[in-house]
Design a protein. Structure first.
Lengths: 432, 222
């Protein structure tokens, strides 16, 4: 199978002449200058298939050329930060599933790590727990990028890609279900560990997924990467320069697509990422095509990480040695049910943890996590006790969306779904 | 350059305006005594390499004076050094200068703080609400705003044109007679029974509306 795709790729290698769509749009605007007409305001969204959720953009048009774009967010605002102030740290974990609902496992890990940083225990996490969390993060990354890519390609007219990516996503949902019991709202992490250990067959399933996924990804690659229409529509569109990306606070693949070599997994390593080998892809131009290429390569790197984790996971696949997956501290993680029912101390721990939550010290921390969409950060302001005084979510989609008003003017109206697809945002996270 | 060195550098430049660096869990925080000077401090931080504004957030110290704390998280992309700037704003003033000229990303962060806490940013190019809708009268992240929310005079739905197909079988009129009755999970607290009559009536209503029989008839009580 591999040979086939290699040969096929080789056969299609050719120079593609790129027509600069941004220049074309500017030229069109210039040509139209003498024709006096009214500008039209077009309301796109909040319920439009190409806005990937409930984003509304107010477009000001001169013919087909966009002269102004004003994104309007907040249609999915649920007040997550307010809710967090009214419940214990553990109770908020299910709400993190609903931030970036395409990668709930990664959100769970990000939030747990933030609270563990506040507790000062993130270095004490058992190695098996760290490996499982990394695998969860990378599966979530693949899942999120696959959806972004499938929807992106479908908006551009390539429906086949959507079918391929969703077949693979289904397998990731099966893996999430095997680990956590739920396909979408996983709530898999706990403060100080995991809800439970992975089943004995899980690593084998992950390995099998990697094998199958690489074939599917190669097929997507042959469909898109050197596809004339795809390249024509993506190249030189929505260009974000390095300085602009930093100035607008972009993060994740959008920042790296603009050529900034920044990845929290490498630059501020957490969990067991320092033990794993992987590369950070970086774009050169900062257009939609670069952001697409970065995501494609990130998925391949995630597979690489998954393969290493499967090989190196402490305790082995079946965990015969009974390696712990949670910090064995009764003040942070729940004791086993058997001990609760047979020992006074554990009973008290269980009671305190459930009724009052994990007792956190007063102070404030910020933890940024490399989520599929970018840097998901939690700023926790604690005044002690089991409830945060203030919890601010730094949502990557929210920040990435703020650049829309800057890069849309000059593009054509048919470029809107392409630019939005390449930014790959999710409104559940943006609006919180 | 470590975060502590950078903090001391800023402290040396501004003197008493900046507090001693505070460290917690390996993170450095600096407090700026005068909120009006926040732009100068940020400008200097940017000039010594802190080119990336991660986030701006706000804290409501309800019952204390000054009431608001605005928190800036800065990062130097080249070496990954981060630190935090904090400044207090009194409730009477509820205003501080914007940092949008330094970082464009501040635009939406400051709009969000205005929307959620009601702290204004002077000189901001576009000080509108962002998550809540224009005209909403409260600031929901304030500690004196209840979790359950407050009623407003504004209609829940911003657009009041008649729904297409209203009166038909697929459109439930909000607050309408049938909207509660035809919900099959409704329970009567006293008997904890499905209010059968209500359901039958609702079906009859629908039948009358459509003018023809649709689906199974009324359910017989066992």
């Amino acid at each position: 199978m591999d040979e086939f795709f290699k040969n096929n790729l080789m056969a299609t290698v050719q120079d593609i002449e790129i027509r600069d769509s941004a220049a074309r749009a500017a030229q069109a605007a210039e040509d139209m200058q003498d024709i006096h007409g009214e500008k039209m305001v077009l309301n796109m969204g909040p319920s439009h298939p190409a806005t990937h959720g409930v984003l509304r953009i107010v477009l000001e048009l001169d013919g087909e050329v966009i002269t102004k774009a004003d994104p309007d967010v907040g249609y999915l605002h649920r007040g997550d930060e307010k809710i967090a102030e009214n419940m214990t740290y553990t109770q908020f974990i299910p709400y993190t599933d609903r931030l970036d609902y395409l990668a709930p496992l990664a959100n769970n890990v990000a939030y747990a790590l933030a609270v563990e940083k506040l507790l000062g225990v993130e270095k004490n996490l058992p190695p098996r727990c760290q490996y499982i969390r990394v695998m969860c993060c990378e599966l979530a990354r693949i899942s999120s990028h696959l959806l972004g890519l499938g929807a992106f390609a479908m908006d551009t007219g390539a429906v086949t890609v959507f079918l391929l990516t969703f077949t693979e996503r289904e397998k990731i949902y099966n893996l999430a279900e095997a680990a956590s019991g739920a396909r979408l709202t996983t709530t898999y992490t706990r403060i100080g560990g995991l809800m439970r250990d992975i089943p004995a067959t899980w690593c084998a399933q992950v390995k099998q997924f990697c094998d199958e996924f690489e074939v599917a990804l190669a097929e997507v690659e042959t469909l898109l990467t050197r596809n004339r229409i795809w390249v024509d529509r993506l190249r030189d569109l929505g260009v974000v320069s390095k300085e602009m990306a930093i100035n607008y606070g972009l993060s994740g693949p959008n920042l790296r697509g603009s050529g900034v070599d920044w990845d929290l997994r490498k630059n501020q390593p957490y969990l067991c990422y320092p033990d794993l080998e992987f590369d950070i892809p970086v774009g050169s131009v900062g257009d939609c095509y670069d952001r697409y290429l970065v995501r494609m390569e990130e998925m391949r790197q995630s597979v690489r990480i998954l393969r290493q984790c499967v090989q190196k996971i402490p305790g082995g696949w079946a965990n015969d040695a009974k390696e712990p997956v949670s910090i064995p501290d009764g003040k942070i993680t729940l004791p086993s049910k058997q001990k609760v029912l047979s020992s006074m101390e554990e009973l008290i721990h269980q009671f305190m943890l459930v009724t009052e939550g994990v007792n956190c010290p007063p102070g404030e921390v910020y933890f940024g996590h490399e989520n599929p969409k970018g840097e998901l950060g939690f700023y926790i302001n604690s005044r002690g006790g089991g409830v945060p005084y203030r919890l601010k979510i730094r949502a990557p989609s929210f920040v990435n969306l703020s650049i829309v008003g800057e890069i849309m003017p000059g593009a054509m109206i048919s470029d809107v779904p392409v630019i939005l697809g390449s930014l790959d945002f999710v409104m559940g996270e943006s609006d919180r | 350059m470590t975060a502590l060195e950078a903090a001391n550098n800023i402290k040396a430049k501004f003197g008493d305006l900046i507090s001693e660096p505070m460290e917690f869990r390996g993170e450095i925080s600096l407090k700026v005594a005068d909120a009006e000077k926040i732009v100068e401090v940020c400008q200097y931080a940017k000039s010594i390499g802190f080119d990336y504004l991660i986030d701006i957030s706000s804290v409501d110290n309800y019952g204390e004076d000054p009431r608001w704390t605005v928190v800036y998280h800065l990062r130097a992309i080249v070496n990954g050094v981060e630190f935090r700037l904090k400044t207090d704003v009194s409730e009477e003033k509820s205003e501080l200068p914007t940092v949008v000229p330094l970082w464009r990303t501040a635009n939406w962060h400051e709009r969000e703080i205005y929307d959620m806490m009601g702290i204004r940013f002077s000189g901001h190019p576009d000080m509108r609400r962002i998550l809540m809708w224009e005209g909403y009268p409260y600031y929901p992240l304030r500690k004196d705003f209840p979790l359950a929310g407050k009623p407003t005079d504004l209609p829940g739905v911003a657009f009041t044109r008649v729904t297409p197909m209203e009166g038909g079988p697929f459109v439930t009129v909000a607050g309408g007679n049938d909207s509660i009755a035809r919900e099959p999970r409704v329970r009567v607290p006293e008997t904890d029974e499905v209010p059968l009559n209500a359901r039958v009536e609702a079906r009859a209503d629908n039948k009358a509306l459509r003018g023809q029989a649709f689906g199974p008839g009324p359910i017989e009580k066992k």
